[in-house]
Design a protein around this ligand. Sequence first.
Ligand SMILES: NC(=O)c1ccc[n+]([C@@H]2O[C@H](COP(=O)([O-])OP(=O)(O)OC[C@H]3O[C@@H](n4cnc5c(N)ncnc54)[C@H](O)[C@@H]3O)[C@@H](O)[C@H]2O)c1
Length: 338
Amino acid sequence: MKKLKIGVIGAGRIGKVHTATLVQSVPQAEVIAIADTNVDQARKVAGIHGIQSVFSNYREVILHPEVEAVVICSPTDTHAAYIVEAAGAGKHIFCEKPVDLTIDVIRTALDAVNKAGVKLMVGFNRRFDPNFSKIRQMVTSGKIGDPHILKITSRDPAPPPAEYSAVSGGMFMDMTIHDFDMARYIVGSEVTEVYTKAAVLVDPAIGKAGDVDTAIITLVFENGALGVIDNSRKAVYGYDQRVEIFGSKGMISTDNNFPENHRYFAHDGVHGSLPLNFFMDRYLEAYANEMKIFCDAVTQNHELPVTGYDGLMSVAVAYAAKKSYLENRPVKIKEILF
Ligand SMILES: NC(=O)c1ccc[n+]([C@@H]2O[C@H](COP(=O)([O-])OP(=O)(O)OC[C@H]3O[C@@H](n4cnc5c(N)ncnc54)[C@H](O)[C@@H]3O)[C@@H](O)[C@H]2O)c1
């Protein structure tokens, strides 16, 4: 089997997950280079996985003559520039979400990708989670008839440090962006309008940093369906990731995933395990699936299931959600994308 030679940029939380996944679970990939401005961090990850080339400068990965595809896992404010450089060097690109926080910058990055004729996949891993891809399959095959109501519950186990908000773009761009993509994917229709109520209920430091930690977001879709997303940065019982879709012929819902499914019945109630704690546990299979699909699409020249367009649309919805919160009114996507 021809292996796709990959260079990873950024060896932090998600960089570690993607590198481990590529090495351990994706036989069609070979990670040959890794870069991180914190070169010790890159060295540590390289040491664990036997990666030959380690750099402190991302450009060494992009320009590495043997690297065919780059996996961008550095902070959000670097993504668009690295996409443009990688495309210019003729490298295929997997980039973590969001592509950027600004629509114009995303458009410039997507133009560079189109001009270079390389592939770009954005890291909306939840599409490849078996629970959610099953729901989508059932929706597509008509099991619920016409979709009427989508409900997404998406709560993290703990908030990130307040300083993370500054570069991440805040909760809507960093966290809810997955739910916006999931909403478009499950319903199979574009979001046309967003109305947000949000609050700081978890940690005042998040509010001081200009962000929110709790939100209810109402969505209207082009096909007439309605959706609601509820977010919290802190669920004391772990990562809460559930979806329900209701339509003219029925309803489908999925539960959280648990490390095992024992139930202990006693005088004081029925007890079980907490849900898998965070994305590194819950979405391991999804990360492996998305990387396999990316590698196959590059080596066999297939269409990608998640594109730069999906990256753009999710940011447009996130932008509308924030604007709606700030202006306390429903915001149409066409106010953002014109
Ligand atoms: N899809 C997902 O499930 C998921 C999960 C977490 C994070 N993310 C995204 O991945 C990106 C990284 O998030 P994280 O949580 O891993 O952050 P992190 O802070 O844990 O890691 C970022 C790493 O990049 C390094 N870095 C900083 N500037 C760099 C540069 N210019 N070039 C190369 N390396 C640089 C840092 O030293 C750090 O090791 C963010 O855009 C985030 O939105 C996606």
